[in-house]
Design a protein around this ligand. Structure first.
Ligand code: SAH
Length: 410
């Protein structure tokens, strides 16, 4: 058998027919949509996931069995049925029209194979295993691990830069949410940018294990160790981000949870933009939702809470600088999630009580949620402040107030 000839198909706007509407089609269709193909699925029935694509008009569904004329305008056909006879009929119609045919049911009879793929920014690596998909996947996983670890990963070009015309390199900054604490809860994009970074500026709350994976030679700046008060320290962080990016570095500003939830991410974005540095934001899993979840508390639950409010407890409720309307929050029936609230918890709960939130409302404190050090305290609005002190709870912790605390308890 001759070697396959690899190609990168540019499918934008081109008709691709998928025959079959089951599990195989469900796995194959997203990459076709991602490539911009004009996807037509021919199948009497669809899985719910494919149905959702059809309902959203991302693909066209032809709800019947295949007929050869289905291929008349197609550039490519994917057989995603497990009946070899039906597969052979599609193959025959494809051959007659000189359309390449990928077959899930019989790879030996196929005229094209889909490779195992790993994508790293603009780079796509596709692996064919000589007709053996398991071999392809094993090699793909090895390549992915290699590129993911930053070894041999191509330096990401500055956004908008023309690779043909190389002036002085302009770096860039990404504000990346590291997630709530469990190192596996960073996003795929955040992880990729982190492993490609030249400079990483990390917060105190960033999971330490993530920093283990940085590539050798990376400059790691510990933002918690900047020896100034909070506002000077923020200016200093902004200066480091801008400075390194103007020097050509790919900078990741790694922040606990989500960069825009009480993280001063907005200020950093504005500082970069003002200096003409390209800057992007990669959202993260916020502790406001994830820490309760890790403690078995859903922030919403049907017929229990149809709203949740995330609020900073950093300033005392009677502080003139506090922008929080605790009196109004006391009137809500839904879930209240308080970040940075441990220090002022007694005053906060007293204020909520004074403005009408019932003292028996369930309340919980989740310390170091999603990490190995997670601690959970369940109490009531009346008692939670004293209970938290008695239990010796420390930041970082979120406080959850509302009937969702205990909603999942049997
Ligand atoms: N941007 C972050 C929040 C920064 S403010 C996010 O989206 O999660 C810092 C506060 O977040 C802490 O005082 C604490 O209230 C909360 N926090 C962060 N990580 C936490 C964790 N693992 N468990 C509980 N609370 C956490």
């Amino acid at each position: 058998m001759s070697n396959p000839y690899p190609l990168g198909l540019r499918l934008e706007g081109r008709r691709v027919v998928v025959v079959g509407g089951g599990a195989v089609a469900t796995r194959r269709v997203p990459a076709l949509l991602d490539a911009g193909a004009d996807v037509v699925v021919v199948a009497p029935e669809l899985t719910p996931a494919l149905r959702a694509h059809a309902d959203a008009a991302r693909l066209r569904w032809v709800p019947r069995r295949f007929v050869p004329a289905d291929l008349d305008d197609a550039w490519l056909v994917q057989v995603a049925v497990d009946d070899p006879q039906a597969g052979a009929a599609v193959s025959a119609a494809a051959t007659q029209r000189r359309i390449f045919c990928v077959r899930a049911d019989d790879r030996h009879a196929a005229s094209a194979w889909t490779p195992a793929v790993t994508r790293h920014g603009p780079v796509t690596v596709a692996v064919l295993g000589g007709g053996d998909p398991r071999r392809a996947i094993a090699v793909r996983d090895a390549v992915r691990a290699l590129l993911g670890a930053g070894e041999g990963a191509p330096p990401p070009p500055a956004e908008g830069a023309d690779p043909q015309v190389r002036g002085p390199a302009l770096g860039r900054v990404a504000l990346v949410g590291a997630g709530p604490g469990d190192p596996e809860l960073i996003t795929v994009r955040g992880w990729r940018l982190l492993t490609e970074a030249d400079v990483v500026v990390a917060d105190r709350l960033v999971p330490g294990l993530l920093l283990d994976e940085l590539r050798p030679g990376v400059e790691l700046v510990d933002a918690a160790k900047i020896p100034y008060g909070p506002s000077r320290a923020q200016e200093e962080i902004n200066r480091i981000l801008v400075d390194r990016a103007l020097g050509g570095a790919s900078v990741v500003r790694l922040k606990g949870g989500d960069p825009y939830v009480f993280g001063r991410g907005g200020e950093e974005l504005l500082a970069c933009a003002a200096a003409g540095v390209p800057v992007t934001v990669v959202p993260g899993v916020t502790s406001a939702i994830a820490a309760p979840a890790a403690a078995g508390i859903p922030v919403t639950q049907r017929a229990v809470a149809h709203e949740f409010t995330v609020v900073s407890g950093h300033l005392a409720p009677d502080s003139p600088a506090s922008l929080v309307r605790w009196d109004a929050l006391a009137g809500l029936r839904g879930t209240l999630v308080i970040l940075m609230g441990l220090k002022n918890l007694a005053a906060i709960t007293a204020t909520l009580r004074a403005h009408g939130r019932p003292g028996g409302t369930p309340a919980a404190v989740v310390q170091e949620g999603t990490t190995g050090g997670q601690r959970v305290l369940r109490s009531t609005l009346d008692a939670v402040a004293a209970d938290a002190v008695a239990a010796g709870l420390r930041p970082p912790a979120v406080v959850v107030v509302g009937d969702v605390v205990g909603a999942l308890d049997g």
